[in-house]
Design a protein around this ligand. Structure first.
Ligand code: FE
Length: 137
C-alpha cells in the first residue's frame, strides 16, 4: 500500500504558500521557460530542496550541465519519486516530490554516467540550502 503523503495541504493553502509560478509548476505540472531558472547556473555546493515542502531532493554533486536550459541531475535522493506520464501524447516519466506530491519535472534516459539518467527539473520547484563551510566537517 502506498504510504500516506506526509504533507497534505488544500489547493487554497498551496496557493497561499507558493508564488503563482511555483503553484503552476508544482501543483499544475507546468514547465518554466528554459534558461530562466535561478538555479540553472548555480555551482555552489549544497542540497536542492522542494519549494513546496522543504524535502531534500538533489545534491549539488549530482548536478551537470545538460544544455537544455533546466537544472539537470543524474541522480536523485530518496524523497524523489517518478510516475509515467502520457500527457500531450508523449510518453515520459514525471518526477515528483514523494512528500508533498509536487511536480518537479521529467527524467530521461540520456544522462551521463554512472546512472545514464537525466532529471530535468524546474528551478522554480526547488529551493537551495548551501553546504556548511568545510571546517565544520
Ligand atoms: Fe515537496
Amino acid at each position: 500500500m502506498e504510504k500516506k503523503k506526509e504533507t497534505i495541504k488544500t489547493e487554497k493553502e498551496w496557493r497561499q504558500r507558493l508564488s503563482p509560478e511555483q503553484y503552476h509548476i508544482l501543483r499544475e505540472k507546468g514547465t518554466e521557460p528554459p534558461f530562466t531558472g535561478e538555479f540553472l547556473k548555480n555551482k555552489e555546493k549544497g542540497i536542492y530542496t522542494c519549494a513546496g515542502c522543504g524535502a531534500e531532493l538533489f545534491s549539488s554533486g549530482k548536478k551537470f550541465e545538460s544544455g537544455t536550459g533546466w537544472p539537470s541531475f543524474y541522480s536523485a535522493k530518496d524523497n524523489v519519486t517518478t510516475k509515467s506520464d502520457s500527457s500531450f501524447g508523449v510518453r515520459r516519466v514525471e518526477v515528483l516530490c514523494k512528500k508533498c506530491g509536487g511536480h518537479l519535472g521529467h527524467v530521461f534516459d540520456d544522462g551521463p554516467k554512472p546512472t545514464g539518467k537525466r532529471f530535468c527539473i524546474n528551478s522554480c520547484a526547488l529551493g537551495f540550502r548551501k553546504k556548511k563551510p568545510a571546517n565544520q566537517k
